[in-house]
Design a protein around this ligand. Structure first.
Ligand code: C2G
Length: 132
């Protein structure tokens, strides 16, 4: 069984996220999503989520491509995660290209997938703000 892992905030879930998760699952048999906690988002990514961790987790768990959702609490946990879950492939969007190549030292294949153009959580918030 080939295990794939990816990381992210996945707030205001949209089709760009789904495209990423679908392609990630195509690379293996079991997909783990390490979902950024509210604290990690705020402290490390200065992101204030619309949905709480619990709500974002519930949404991800409803996606057919996702097999397991775990919390992402730190930047450093990736090495212990790939060891703990015996991960074969790490996947993330190419906005992170090169940032996680060190995981190859753990024997993990690192794949950067192209982002879906013209959609982002930030853009959704901006568009909705301008409507009202
Ligand atoms: N994504 C995408 N296309 C978009 C928007 C997002 O492919 N139009 C991908 C991102 O590249 C990422 C995933 O969807 O792989 C989740 O996006 P975010 O929630 O923005 O994740 P991010 O804040 O980049 O968190 O430790 C890594 C970080 O937690 C990644």
């Amino acid at each position: 069984m080939k295990t794939v892992i990816t990381y992210g905030t996945f707030d205001l879930l949209h089709y760009g996220h789904i495209n990423l998760l679908r392609r990630a699952k195509e690379l293996g048999d079991y997909l783990i999503v390490a979902l950024s906690t509210d604290e990690f988002n705020w402290n490390e990514k200065q992101k204030k989520c619309y949905f709480t961790y619990k709500q974002r987790k519930q949404l991800l768990e409803a996606i057919r491509y996702v097999d397991l959702v775990i919390p992402e609490k730190s930047w450093e946990q990736k090495v212990s995660d790939v060891r703990e879950f015996n991960v074969d492939t790490f996947v993330i969007g190419d906005d992170w290209k090169g940032k996680f190549d060190f995981l190859q030292n753990e024997g993990v294949e690192v794949v950067y997938l192209s982002r879906t153009p013209d959609i982002s959580t930030t853009q959704i918030k901006k568009d909705l703000y301008n409507i009202n």
